[in-house]
Unconditional design. Structure first.
Length: 451
């Protein structure tokens, strides 16, 4: 029984092998190629393809290997036999032409990007040392000739060869352009004036180059431009960022005033005294000259505080002592103290017409807002522990703002110069100083040439 039980499985296994051998599918060469190509095409995975075709994955990989090796041998044989044929020569020429065309397209594409971002190829274009080095590398890597590579850039060959020789002699540092310097400068200021300007900048560190130029012209009687002052300060390392925020105002207002006391602007701003809390500064500013007529440090923002500040402005301007045809108009925002009936009655009694700006539009009161910004940029650099200290600091800044600070929008005049009518005479004197200074420099230059 044991021997029979052993013979039965052997007989069954042999029968299965015979059945498989008899029913095994024989694939032709075309079918093998088709199956291998479908696998290489990658539309289905190898496992799915083998299940669909009813073959083992190992069999598929063996066919694929034989297919690739056969193709490699065939191609090697064709190359060996036909390397000298006319067709191969034509293909090589075509490949060379395609490479040159591709190189031209790549260069044009790269140069197009450079032209858009850096302005390459423009007339009178000045290239930095890094850009010259980049162009040299571009020419060296290009498969085209030097003239064909440089043509899209618009750089002459002589210029490129000059760059290339300088680069070979001194490296990328030699590609830097030398700064052109004229042989003679007729309008050059003397060393004595340069020293005086630098000393003035050290004595007045808060003044900008524009303010220093105007101050030097007024005090020393010699004209010097803002650009010259800026260049001197930059050469001496005296140009620094301000300790406060600068905000540029608009060029002009929609309805500008033409004379002082036509329109007054008023507003409140907040200032803090440590240990005392918040105080409110009420200010009245003349719209035409930006002259600060009056100010008051208050503990509240009531209509009485506004009227008290306006009363000080009337006394300071002298309008309470003379009878005028038109009293100044008052421009303010829509704060509670400005829309109150108490203030309205006081303004009516004093013959002052009240104008309020558009809600949520502080630009209408732009001049008083800008003054408060300038004032806070200076005032808030220090801490204050007593109201008297804050009042003293405000008084000092108002005096500086009215009498010493040159306004660019006022032709570099101070608010006091414009308010009291001294502006025209000062501008005429500055113009005379400018003409005399330039004439003197030209005369000294001609004498130096003659000598």
């Amino acid at each position: 029984m044991r021997q029979a039980s052993k013979r039965i499985p052997e007989s069954a296994e042999k029968t299965v092998r015979d059945i498989r051998r008899a029913t095994r599918r024989h694939h032709s060469a075309e079918e093998k190629i088709r199956i291998v190509l479908e696998g290489l095409r990658g539309e289905d995975s190898i496992a799915e393809l083998c299940r669909k075709e009813g073959i083992n994955q190992n069999l598929y990989y063996r066919w694929s290997k034989e297919f690739l090796e056969a193709g490699k041998k065939r191609l090697a044989g064709d190359t060996a036999r036909e390397a000298t044929s006319d067709e191969v020569k034509e293909l090589r020429a075509e490949a060379r032409q395609l490479k040159e065309t591709l190189a031209e397209v790549l260069i044009e594409n790269r140069l197009l990007k450079k032209k858009r971002s850096r302005g390459w190829g423009g007339r009178f274009m000045r290239y930095s040392a890094s850009e010259k080095f980049e162009i040299i590398e571009l020419v060296e890597r290009s498969s085209l000739s030097i003239p064909r590579t440089l043509a899209p850039i618009g750089i002459p060959r002589s210029t490129f060869y000059d760059w290339y020789s300088r680069y070979q002699e001194g490296g990328i540092e030699a590609l830097e352009d030398g700064k052109p310097r004229p042989r003679r400068i007729w309008n050059k200021i003397s060393d004595k004036i340069e020293t005086a300007i630098v000393n003035l900048a050290l004595e007045e560190p808060d003044l900008s180059p524009r303010e220093l130029a105007v101050n030097f012209t007024d005090t020393k009687g010699s004209f010097v431009s803002e650009a010259t002052v800026y260049r001197l300060l930059k050469d001496h390392g005296l140009i620094t960022s301000p300790a406060f925020i600068l905000m540029k105002a608009a060029d002009r207002f929609a309805n500008p005033t033409t004379a002082p006391n036509q329109l007054w602007q008023t507003d409140f701003t907040y200032l803090k005294v440590i240990g005392w809390g918040w105080f409110y500064l009420s200010t009245v500013l003349d719209d035409f000259s930006r002259y600060i007529l009056a100010w008051k440090l208050c503990t509240t923002m009531s209509a009485t505080d506004v009227s008290d500040t306006l009363q000080v402005a009337l006394r300071g301007s002298g309008l309470n002592q003379v009878k005028v045809l038109h009293r100044p108009r008052l421009l303010s925002d829509n704060g509670p103290s400005y829309v109150s009936s108490e203030l309205g009655k006081w303004l009516e009694d004093n013959g002052i017409r009240h104008i309020r700006g558009r809600p949520y539009h502080p630009m209408t009161q732009g001049k008083i807002e800008r003054y408060h910004r300038s004032m806070k940029n200076r005032i808030l650099l220090d801490n204050y522990y007593l109201p008297g200290q804050l009042e003293q600091s405000i008084e000092e800044f108002v005096s500086y703002y009215n009498n010493c600070r040159y306004h660019e929008s006022l032709d570099n005049l101070t608010p006091a110069d414009v308010y009291f009518g001294r502006g025209r005479a000062i501008l005429e004197r500055r113009e005379k100083i400018k003409r005399e200074t330039i004439e003197q420099r030209r005369r000294l230059h001609q004498q130096a040439i003659a000598a």
